[in-house]
Design a protein around this ligand. Structure first.
Ligand code: CA
Length: 220
């Protein structure tokens, strides 16, 4: 899952980036509205954390322009304390949820998890596909109730597939959602990680759909 983090205050952006990365997300950052607007128009994200008070172009304008252009990505806005009018304006501009500063990072992570799973039509934070389960709160993966140890890369790949059970996901889609913009993107590495996951899960859990991509299949 790939997140765009838009926050101009370095003292807030750095711990947010660390927490998001620690929670298994890939993070792209912007510290002003113009760069945020551009990234949101040209790159693919699973959700955005958008501060409203930004230099160059304010967060509300960024959000309105994304929505006017038909960009539907989930957006969690960050507002000033007691800024109730900001919250209303943010929701009306197309924000999906808000958080007032100061906030606990745990709350931001929980709201983000909810936005991401709702965008996929998933109600529960516990994702399952047959005997395979992923708890998005703890990042714990189990197979028939037994824990499966995954590396950060393997986890990201599986988490993306678990949010789309039964759907065919192309390698280019995986590449877009599993790597940040400045990362060297090579879709062959996706194949490598699929291979590694298949050795830790039942191999048939990740089906190759020739010419199209991969599909997570329920295994007993
Ligand atoms: Ca700010």
């Amino acid at each position: 899952m790939r997140i765009l983090l838009v926050e101009d205050e370095p003292a807030l952006r750095a711990p947010l980036r660390a927490a998001l990365t620690g929670a298994g997300y890939v993070v792209d950052e912007a510290d002003n509205g113009r760069d945020a607007l551009h990234l949101g128009e040209t790159e693919t994200f699973d959700a955005v954390v958008l501060d409203l008070g930004l230099p160059v172009l304010d967060g509300l304008s960024v959000l309105r322009r994304w929505r006017d252009a038909g960009r539907t990505l989930p957006v969690l806005i960050l507002t000033a304390r007691d800024g109730w009018h900001e919250k209303v304006a943010g929701i009306d501009a197309g924000g999906d949820d808000y958080l007032a500063k100061p906030f606990h990072i745990e709350e931001l992570l929980a709201r983000l998890r909810a936005l991401i799973r709702r965008a996929q039509g998933l109600a529960s934070p516990l994702l399952s596909c047959g005997a395979l389960a992923l708890d998005t709160r703890s990042g714990r993966v189990t197979l028939r109730g037994q824990p499966v140890a995954l590396t950060a890369h393997e986890f990201r790949l599986l988490a993306y597939l678990m949010h789309r059970p039964g759907a065919v996901v192309s390698r280019s889609e995986l590449t877009e959602h599993l790597y940040a913009q400045d990362h060297d993107r090579d879709s062959n590495t996706i194949e490598v990680f699929v291979g590694r996951l298949r050795r830790k899960l039942p191999a048939e859990a990740i089906e190759t759909v020739r010419g199209l991509g991969y599909r997570l299949v329920a295994v007993a």
